[in-house]
Write a protein that binds this ligand. Structure first.
Ligand code: URA
Length: 234
């Protein structure tokens, strides 16, 4: 990263201001004063301003096991806190959630400050499978299950929409418990799909996005940074 950009990031100043500070001679890289704004700062270099060591926050990629009664938005509302309030990190305001869940839905959410990366996960232009586990209010007979599997595979028209859903994969794990894989992120999509076949989702959990599974060691509300390999899945 260029030295002036490094200062902008680390000190939250404008590029013009960063150049001024550098010109003043009070910035050093690895102990040597540096007055050239274009100088490259290596990852392991120590940059100081007036003897104060600076550091920049790199781009962050986080997985969280979203607990119930939290919001996938950047702000709390009067009922629930934002999931971002569970993160003890600097510059939380730079982060956003890649693909939202309802307040009562639990499970895998991805949080980042990389807009291009989250676009690949959440944008309808990119096909990215999301896997949900749904508890249902009504038990379904084997015939009803088969019918639902076929209906969801063909696509179903949701209330108030003019286009059927994309083909989805439904698998019953019990008569009232199913795994559903969808590639879209329409408003309340899973709940509305089951409502369209006369059932009701009583509990919804997202366990996978693309090839990335929720880390089972994360309790509700816990989070961790993704590994490089996990980031590269998208
Ligand atoms: N579908 C829903 O209905 N709710 C969610 O939170 C996610 C998908």
């Amino acid at each position: 990263m260029r030295l002036d950009k490094y200062l902008c990031e680390a000190m939250d100043v404008t590029r013009a201001w960063a150049k001024k500070i550098i010109k003043s001679g009070e910035v050093s890289i690895d102990g040597a004063p540096c007055k050239n704004a274009a100088t490259h700062v290596a990852d392991d270099s120590v940059v100081k301003y007036q003897e104060q060591t600076l550091s920049v926050i790199g781009i962050r990629y986080i997985m969280m096991n979203k607990p119930e009664d939290t919001l996938c938005s950047n702000a709390d509302n009067e009922l629930y806190p934002s999931v971002l309030s569970l993160l003890e990190v600097d510059k939380v305001d730079r982060l956003h959630i890649a693909g939202r869940l309802d307040a009562d839905t639990t499970g895998l959410i991805l949080i980042t400050d990389d807009g291009q990366w989250s676009h690949r996960i959440a944008s309808p232009k990119h096909v990215c499978e999301k896997t949900y586990l749904a508890e249902l209010a009504e038990e379904m007979s084997p015939e009803q299950q088969q019918q639902a599997i076929e209906t969801f595979a063909q696509g179903i028209m949701l209330n108030g929409e003019d286009k059927p859903t994309e083909p989805a994969k439904l698998k019953f794990l019990a008569d009232d418990y199913a795994e559903l894989i969808i590639t879209e992120g329409r408003y309340h999509q899973v709940k509305r799909m089951f409502a369209a076949i006369g059932n009701k989702v009583t509990f919804l959990h997202r366990c996978q996005i693309g090839a990335l599974e929720l880390d089972e060691s994360l309790e509700p509300g816990e989070w961790r940074y993704l590994t490089e390999a996990e980031v590269n899945l998208f």
